[in-house]
Design a protein around this ligand. Structure first.
Ligand SMILES: NC(=O)c1ccc[n+]([C@@H]2O[C@H](COP(=O)([O-])OP(=O)(O)OC[C@H]3O[C@@H](n4cnc5c(N)ncnc54)[C@H](OP(=O)(O)O)[C@@H]3O)[C@@H](O)[C@H]2O)c1
Length: 410
């Protein structure tokens, strides 16, 4: 079936003061623990109380532009432990695209429960939604509460959904006070990943360093800020670009980066001298590396690590394999680890909740800045092409902001 048939239904921040860092650091050490914008909208609801919903779906794996289509369906009023949700904001993360392409370990769940003859799956894994109705058996959640998804695979590129209350984490009251949906809808993947990688592999002491590539990514920006709050110093590598290099360096510095260099500068022969200078002749060791990119750069990063340090890989944006000088393993005992937030979140649901609340608190207090975003407004009458091209562009490099669906009049 062709797409046409299927779709018939078819900041820049100022650097926080030292006092701010110190207070926040103390709060962070104890293991992380409304007046939100009023979102008026006209509900599209049938005479029998059915919500009219739209989803960005696929029936086979492939490039987003070839396989994604809009599908409409209706949602019955909820009963027992069910909730009806209206989405507010859903980001478009690189992993969502990999999932659609079929190259991600978590597979999409295809089924016919949304009224199709052939199985479809809904794209997107992260987002925030508002509870608009609840079944009689739901406790601890009220209409108007915001929720985020407990696990991967929810399918968040949709205007509405119906789900069991146990599938969501509630963000209510003071936890969401003063926050925009875009901030709450992007808290559960990137900041969490940065947080865990900074904490779980090495116990850095205040004043010690970590080095990271793709420092301008969502995870990278979170690592700079959370690292700074914990008292760590960061050496940040970004890809050289034709324009806007100085602005990008200034932007990351304003988040708390101690040094920002291009990949070219980092690979230069005399960079060792710069590292010596930065680390007070090695007295402030670099004991952690965060790798989002892969390729030869990782070997170069590893050469600057102190003996016994850890290099944690969490992304593979260049799609190039990591090559390592074996001497680093034998003589310097450098450890190479991987981190996957989905697996961590499944195993640690309570810690995930605490971590989310803590990052939201820091955001509310102005100590944690969200990433630059390129919002795509999704109204009831938004055309399929507009939504699909926003998804397709996500894996292109040198982007000015993370794509995010922001739901308007749905
Ligand atoms: N393992 C986990 O648990 C976990 C959790 C979250 C994210 N991730 C992964 O982390 C990565 C970043 O995610 P994000 O949401 O932070 O992404 P993002 O905000 O969209 O940023 C993408 C980053 O990748 C860089 N990049 C893009 N194409 C590249 C290429 N060909 N070579 C080198 N760098 C390239 C970009 O740099 P330019 O500006 O120079 O293009 C940018 O820094 C993704 O691979 C994602 O899957 C993993």
């Amino acid at each position: 079936m062709g797409n046409a048939q299927r779709s018939r239904n078819t900041n820049t921040a100022m650097a926080p003061s030292r006092a701010v860092y110190t207070t926040a650091r103390a709060a962070l050490r104890c293991s992380l623990p409304s007046s939100s914008p009023c979102l008026h909208h006209r509900r599209l609801i049938s005479a029998y109380g059915y919500e009219q919903a739209k989803v960005l779906a696929l029936s086979s794996l492939g490039e987003p532009k070839d396989v994604l289509h809009l599908h409409s369906h209706s949602i019955a009023p909820p009963h027992s432990d069910l909730l009806t949700l209206r989405f507010l904001a859903s980001p478009i993360n690189p992993a969502d695209i990999n999932q659609i392409q079929g190259v991600y370990p978590t597979r999409l769940a295809f089924g016919t429960s949304l009224g199709t003859t052939e199985p479809i799956a809904v794209g997107g894994n992260e987002g925030v939604a508002e509870v608009i109705a609840k079944g009689g058996g739901v406790q601890g959640l009220e209409k108007g509460d915001w929720v985020i998804m407990k696990n991967q695979g929810f399918g968040t590129w949709r205007t509405h959904a119906q789900t069991k209350a146990e599938e969501v984490v509630v963000v209510k009251g003071e936890d969401r006070e003063g926050l925009r949906p875009e901030q709450v809808g992007t808290v559960s993947v990137n900041p969490m990943t940065a947080w865990r990688m900074l904490r779980d592999f090495v116990s850095l002491k205040e004043g010690e360093w970590f080095v990271q590539n793709a420092a301008n990514s969502g995870v990278g920006r979170a690592a700079i800020q959370l690292g700074k709050l914990l008292g760590y110093k960061s050496l940040n590598i970004v890809r050289k670009r034709d324009g806007g290099m100085e602005e990008l360096k200034a932007d990351l510095t304003s988040l708390g980066a101690d040094a920002v260099v291009t990949d070219e500068e980092f690979e230069a022969k005399d960079f060792r001298d710069r590292v010596k200078e930065l680390t007070d002749g090695g007295r402030e060791p670099i004991r952690l590396g965060l790798n989002c990119v892969g390729g030869p750069l990782v070997g170069s990063m590893a050469k600057h690590l102190a003996a016994g340090a850890h290099m944690v890989t969490y992304g593979a944006m260049s799609k190039k394999p990591v090559k390592l000088p074996t001497g680093l393993l034998i003589f310097k005992d450098i450890h190479f680890d991987g981190f996957w937030v989905s697996k961590w979140s499944e195993a640690n649901p309570r810690e995930k909740e605490t971590c989310i609340k803590e990052v939201l608190k820091l955001t509310r207090e102005g100590k944690f800045k969200d990433v630059p975003m390129s919002p795509v407004t999704w109204n009831h009458d938004t055309k399929q092409d507009e939504l699909v091209s926003a998804v397709q562009g996500t894996l292109e490099g040198f982007r000015s902001g993370k794509g995010i669906f922001v739901f308007g009049n749905t």
